[in-house]
Structures are given as structure tokens and as C-alpha cells.
Design a protein around this ligand. Structure first.
Ligand code: ADP
Length: 263
């Protein structure tokens, strides 16, 4: 595509003058596009072989091969992880390519019920799960993507909170008539020096704990992308040993009256 892309920056220079910085970013953007396409293609190509490996592994009956049982179990776990990684990479590519998302009504009362169920399924009774619906409104946006963002935060809260901890899912209004979905945990917390980079792809605080937790290191980048496509933002507060709060904050334009079906 022969189009030239230019980045313009205006910098105040003196009380009566501005500096205009013009940069040709054509090459930079083309490289970025190549990177995105490459990741998307590789991920896509990995899907089929993984499905085959999965399928054959599922055909092995561990009882018939007691000597292989441990190995087969580990191979299943690892191929499951790889599948999750590929799915998350494809999700990120899809989000990066997207400029506009559907504007659908998102019923928050039923969303909160779903999130509670997901938290309980992951926690298996190891945590206290609390849901607080204080906002009395709904949202608009892509139901699928917002659900995946909220689910990611809920699953992190469960995975990074030791047994007997508490996880609170709180939906409330903000001072500027927007809304906020916060996932609050009483878990391990995140050291302050990691916070600025925590939403980067593959960035993880403690690799051993994170790896054991079964995540891919892509969850928070997905959350951040989804929120920015909704003109929202992710707020993070955390204290080591006390817990973390991850909040999805939406402007007033994303808020709608709660539908009768949801009230
Ligand atoms: P992962 O798949 O590793 O969970 P994420 O992108 O979701 O990837 O999170 C990145 C890292 O941030 C995690 O590896 C973990 O170290 C840290 N993290 C995320 N959520 C929490 C939380 N609720 N409490 C403590 N640490 C967290």
C-alpha cells in the first residue's frame, strides 16, 4: 500500500511560537503490521497440529498403561497450556486488528451472576466469593470481549489468592457518572516496581508461581486492549501480602439504564 503515514507533534516553543515535528512513520507502521500478521499466522497454523496431538493423547487410556500414566498426564497438561496460549495470541491479534466493536447492551445483573459462577468453579470452595451490585445500571459494548476481560480478572484473583482468601466482585458508579467493575482480592499482591509493566504481553511477576497458576501471561494485555476499545481504562492497586484491586473503569457514554429484564 503506497500510502505514506506521518506523525505530527506540536510542542510549545515560546509564548508566540510552536514547534512542529513531522515524522515519517510509514516504515514503522508497516513493520508493526508485519509483526501482527506473523503472530496471527503462526498462532493459526499451530491450531491444527495441536488439535491432532490433543486428540491422540485423549485416546490413551492411562489405566491400560500404568507406566505411562504420569507422562501422559503431563503431556495433556502441557498441550492444554499450549492451546490456551495459541487461543490468547489469536484473541490479541483479533483485538489489535479491530477498530470498532459492536455496540450491544450488556446486562450487568446477569453478567455478575455469570462471573460469580466462574469464580466459584475456579475456586472450588477454597475462597469466599462476594458479589456487590451497587451501580443499578447496565453497560454497552461488545458482550463477548467485555465478558472475556472481566473473566480474566476474576480468574487472576482466584489464581493469585491463597486458600481461605476473599474475592469481591463489585460493580459501582464513578463520580463522573461512569461505571466501574472492580475485582478485589486478598491475595499475594504485586510489588510496586512491577505494576507499570504488568499489562505487557508475557510479563509475569514471579515466573514460578505464575507458571504453576496455569496462565499464559497474556491475560492482562487482553484486558487492557478490550478496555481501550471501549474508551475505558484498567486501574490497578496492590499491596504485597494484602491483595490487589483490578478495576475496569468506563465513561458515562458506556452507561445505560438497567433493562427491565435485568432489574
Ligand atoms: P497470567 O496468565 O500469568 O496470569 P496475566 O497477564 O493475567 O498473566 O497477569 C500477569 C501477571 O500479573 C501474572 O503472572 C501475575 O504475576 C500478576 N497478577 C495478575 N493478577 C494478579 C492478582 N490478582 N494478584 C497478584 N498478581 C497478579
Amino acid at each position: 500500500d503506497p500510502m505514506v503515514r506521518i506523525s505530527l507533534r506540536l510542542i510549545p516553543y515560546s509564548p508566540t511560537q510552536w514547534l512542529v515535528v513531522v515524522r515519517d512513520v510509514t516504515k514503522l507502521m508497516r513493520l508493526e503490521q508485519v509483526r501482527r500478521d506473523f503472530v496471527a499466522n503462526v498462532s493459526h497454523e499451530l491450531r491444527t497440529p495441536l488439535t491432532v496431538v490433543h486428540g491422540y493423547l485423549d485416546m490413551i487410556e492411562p489405566e491400560e498403561h500404568p507406566d505411562l500414566a504420569v507422562m501422559v498426564e503431563e503431556m495433556r497438561r502441557q498441550s492444554q497450556r499450549m492451546t490456551q496460549l495459541v487461543e490468547d495470541l489469536l484473541t490479541l491479534s483479533r483485538l489489535e486488528a479491530q477498530e470498532h466493536l459492536p455496540e450491544e447492551p450488556l446486562g450487568m445483573a446477569s453478567m455478575l451472576v455469570t462471573l460469580r459462577r466462574e469464580a466459584e468453579a475456579l475456586s472450588q470452595g477454597r475462597h469466599q466469593i462476594v458479589v456487590e451490585d451497587l451501580a443499578g445500571c447496565d453497560l454497552t459494548g461488545s458482550v463477548k470481549e467485555l465478558h472475556s476481560a472481566f473473566s480474566n480478572l476474576v480468574s487472576n484473583a482466584v489464581r493469585y489468592t491463597p486458600t481461605d482468601g476473599r474475592i469481591t466482585i463489585r460493580f459501582s458508579r464513578t463520580a463522573d457518572a461512569g461505571a466501574r467493575l472492580a475485582v478485589i482480592d486478598s491475595g499475594y499482591g504485586i510489588p510496586a516496581q512491577h505494576l507499570p509493566r504488568i499489562t505487557e504481553r508475557f510479563y509475569r511477576v514471579s515466573t514460578s508461581r505464575s507458571r504453576e497458576s496455569g496462565g499464559t501471561g497474556l491475560g492482562l494485555s487482553i484486558v487492557k486492549h478490550v478496555l481501550s476499545l471501549h474508551q475505558g481504562r484498567l486501574e490497578i492497586e496492590s499491596e504485597v501480602g494484602r491483595g490487589s484491586t483490578f478495576a475496569c473503569v468506563f465513561g458515562p457514554a458506556r452507561v445505560r439504564a438497567r433493562s427491565a429484564a435485568e432489574a
